[in-house]
Structures are given as structure tokens and as C-alpha cells.
Design a protein around this ligand. Structure first.
Ligand code: ZN
Length: 443
């Protein structure tokens, strides 16, 4: 089975390719190569990518799929459907399900459900500690053998620094990246939003930026001690980014991701008590948002991840104090990523690196995040200039908890290809394809 993605603008940071008029040939699920005009074979199925951006498949390092245990919020199949509609060819599932993914049996279940859905690649992340309770290390070796790509107690920050040290040492033995949700539990206890002017005005208990900054700094210190590969999830504060910047200057294996809501919204968005503005870490003040944009620009931030966290409408209908943390994000992240390009914060190549090349490198996914010959044929095809409005009623997710319903966006994934197979085609693809810009440009 051969597929030629013809005449696109190909960006592949892993090979320093950033040029128009190229074709990408896939065969039997793998990349054959990026071809020049005239070198295309005949007798192949052709996908016309004129005027479109062709990139290595996007990898979301941080999603919550709720299965097993809370299938009323999301299943692996519904999460994977939302993922491919948002342009993600691979999603990495956090272990805070019920039961927690702290065993090879749960790891295998997640992988099998992902394969059954047949949409995005679903790669599980294993728990750092048994039950993510922070008391005893989980069986990382057995889970690695079963298919996990990293370890984390995301959602349940590891309070005990000794435990975190041991976890980093243990994970290093299995060549696994440790992901930490940085939030010192004592400092952030009972908080429901960012501690600052708006928490005072609204009379809500705040979580200080210091809670994240303390843990981020600790993790960087422990990365130095253990030489572990450490990845800080959904960084939202200036201090945490400064810690990552210093760690990189020291040559430590520390990386970080940011989530679109954290650079898009500030804590002022909480002022209507909309529970779709409640997440952990919380929306921050504009000074922190400015620091995130700077980190996206200067290379301190390695990846864009959604922290897709579906919840049922009944749960989010509770009072702000009582509602669960988290929002969905798989279908809006790429559009919000293009905002950064249109605003001149980053260029298209950097966007591709943040969504694909870098996540693959951080998790050691050697045959993903690249269009090199022999790599998996995972491809995201995008129109940087397609204008659209996000309508949550049409979301593929089972949940509707997003602050971005009705948001106008410019730039979208128009086709998602996994192992050489088109698993998503934008419903308006014909119209997009007719317009044929001829050249990919950011207008
Ligand atoms: Zn988290």
C-alpha cells in the first residue's frame, strides 16, 4: 500500500527540511522518503497537499483518557477520535485511571484499547509509585516491557523528595523519562485558582506560584544528583521556567511542556466563576503568561501538550470550589498553537518541533516525530490560514468542559495520517483544497 502526499510544504526539523514543492511517499505504513518534483512514482494513491503544510505526526505527551474506570467522561476510543480530529497522531495517556496504571496488566489494556480504536497511537505512561500513592515505587521494568513510554504520578505530586530521588534513579535504570506535576502539596493545599489579585477579589483560595516553583527547582536539583531524564509537565510559572533554563545551561537532561490554556488565558478568566477555567496548575497572572511566551520563543519550552482532562457536565456544574480540575484540549491546541505563529512569537518550524520532534526525543520514540526514511508513516497535514470557530457541540470527546467554545481560530489540521492510513480528514477538506494557496505562508 503506497500513498504519495504530493506537492506540499514539508517541514521536518529532524532533517532540517523546510521547503515547498516536495512530496512524501509512504509505503506499508512507513516513510519511503521526501521526494523532489519529478521523482514521484506513478501508480500510487495521491493526496494533493498543494498549499498545505506537511509535518511529522504530532505527539501529545499529556492526555487523560479516563479508561479504565471513568468511561462516562472519556474512553480510549473517544479520546483517540478527538486526538486525530485535532491533528495528533500519537497521544500519551497518564496513569491516573481507576485502577491506576501501575501494572503491566493495565498497560496492556490501554495499548489494546488504543489498537482496537484504530485511530491515534495510544502510548501509556506508567505510575511512578504504586497506586500513585507516593509510598512505594511501581514496577517500572515490567511496565516498560509491556509498553509504557514514561513514568509519572501526574495529578498526585510526589511530596517526598527522597521518594522522588529513588524514583528518578530507578527510572534511569530502565531508560524511562520521569514526568512531574510540580505542585508542592502543603503550599497549594485547598487552593482552587492562582493566588493573586483575582483570588482576593473573587474570595477563592489561591495556589501560589511558589508551590510550582519549589517543586520544579527541587526536581532540577534531583536531576543533577541522579542524572535522570526529567520532564516537567504543564509548566505555568516564571520561576519554574527559570529553573528549567538554568538546568539546561548546566547540561542536565531536563525538559518541559506548556499547555495552550496557560499562554492563552490569565486568572482574570476565572472572574465569571466558570468552572471551565478551573484546572491544575491554574490559569496564572499576565506576568507568568509573558514568561511562558518568552520560553516558547527562546527555546526553554520543549513541547506543547494539551493536558486533555475530560469531566462530565454534571461535575463541572458544581460550584467553583467543588468542581474538578481540568479542561479538554485535544481539538483546540493546534489552532491555539497557530496563534503563536500568527502573532510572531514562534515560526512554523518551531511549532512543528514543539508538537512533534521534541516530544519524540524526550520519550525516546526513535521512529516517530520524523519523516526520515524507515520511520513510521505518521503525518499531520495542516492549513496555517484556515479560519474556523471551535464548536464544542461537534467535539469528538465525550466531555464538553472547555473554555474555548466559540473561539475563532486561524490554522487547523486538515488530515491526520497514522502508519500510512488517513484516519482523519477535515469535514471541509474539499473547500480547503479548492482554495489552493499555492504557497504556504503566514499571512
Ligand atoms: Zn498534571
Amino acid at each position: 500500500m503506497r500513498l504519495l502526499i504530493a506537492n506540499g510544504y514539508v517541514i521536518d526539523p529532524s532533517q532540517n527540511i523546510n521547503t515547498g514543492g516536495k512530496s512524501l511517499l509512504l509505503e506499508d505504513g512507513r516513510v519511503v522518503g521526501v521526494l523532489n518534483r519529478g521523482d514521484e512514482p506513478a501508480d500510487v494513491e495521491v493526496f494533493d497537499a498543494t498549499g498545505l503544510l506537511v509535518a511529522p505526526g504530532f505527539i501529545d505527551m499529556h492526555v487523560h483518557l479516563r479508561e479504565p474506570g471513568q468511561e462516562y467522561k472519556e474512553t480510549i476510543a473517544s479520546g483517540a477520535a478527538a486526538a486525530v480530529a485535532g491533528g495528533w497522531t500519537t497521544i500519551c495517556a497518564m496513569p491516573n485511571t481507576d485502577p491506576v496504571n501501575d501494572s503491566p496488566a493495565v498497560t496492556r489494556f490501554v495499548i489494546e484499547q488504543g489498537q482496537r480504536a484504530g485511530l491515534a497511537n495510544v502510548f501509556p505512561i506508567g505510575a511512578l509509585t504504586k497506586g500513585s500513592a507516593g509510598k512505594e515505587l511501581a514496577e517500572m521494568g515490567e511496565m516498560k516491557h509491556a509498553g509504557i513510554v514514561a513514568v509519572s504520578d501526574d495529578g498526585r505530586p510526589v511530596a517526598n523528595s527522597e521518594m522522588m530521588r529513588r524514583a528518578m534513579e530507578y527510572a534511569t535504570g530502565f531508560d524511562l523519562t520521569v514526568i512531574d506535576h510540580c505542585q508542592e502539596p502543603a503550599l497549594s493545599k485547598n487552593g482552587v485558582m492562582h493566588e493573586g489579585r483575582w483570588s482576593l477579589i473573587l474570595g477563592l483560595k489561591g495556589m501560589p506560584a511558589a508551590a510550582e516553583e519549589v517543586d520544579a527547582t527541587r526536581d532540577c536539583v534531583l536531576a543533577k544528583l541522579t542524572k535522570a531524564r526529567v520532564h516537567l509537565a504543564h509548566v505555568s510559572t516564571r520561576g519554574a521556567l527559570d529553573a528549567v533554563r538554568r538546568a539546561k545551561e548546566l547540561g542536565l537532561q531536563v525538559s518541559c511542556e506548556v499547555a495552550p490554556h496557560h499562554w492563552t488565558l490569565t486568572d482574570e478568566a476565572v472572574s465569571e466563576y466558570d468552572t471551565n477555567t478551573k484546572m491544575s496548575p491554574p490559569l496564572r497572572s499576565s506576568d507568568h503568561v509573558g514568561a511562558l511566551l518568552e520560553g516558547l520563543r527562546d527555546g526553554t519550552v520543549d513541547a506543547i501538550a494539551t493536558d486533555h482532562a475530560p469531566h462530565h457536565a454534571d461535575e463541572k456544574a458544581l460550584e467553583f470550589d467543588q468542581a474538578p480540575f481540568g479542561i479538554t484540549g485535544l481539538e483546540t491546541a493546534v489552532g491555539l498553537g497557530f496563534d503563536l505563529v500568527h502573532q510572531g512569537v514562534i515560526d512554523l518550524e518551531r511549532l512543528v518541533a514543539l508538537c512533534s520532534t521534541n516530544p519524540a526525543r524526550i520519550f525516546g520514540l526513535a521512529e516517530r516525530g520524523t519523516l526520515r526514511q524507515g520511520a513510521w508513516g505518521d503525518v499531520t497535514i495542516l492549513d496555517p490560514n484556515f479560519e474556523w470557530t471551535f464548536d464544542v457541540a461537534r467535539s469528538k470527546s465525550k466531555s464538553r468542559n472547555t473554555p474555548f467554545d466559540g473561539r475563532k481560530l486561524k490554522g487547523a489540521a486538515v488530515a491526520t495520517i497514522v502508519a500510512g492510513r488517513v484516519v482523519y480528514l477535515h469535514p471541509e477538506f474539499e473547500r480547503i483544497n479548492e482554495r489552493k494557496h499555492g504557497e504556504v505562508s503566514v499571512q
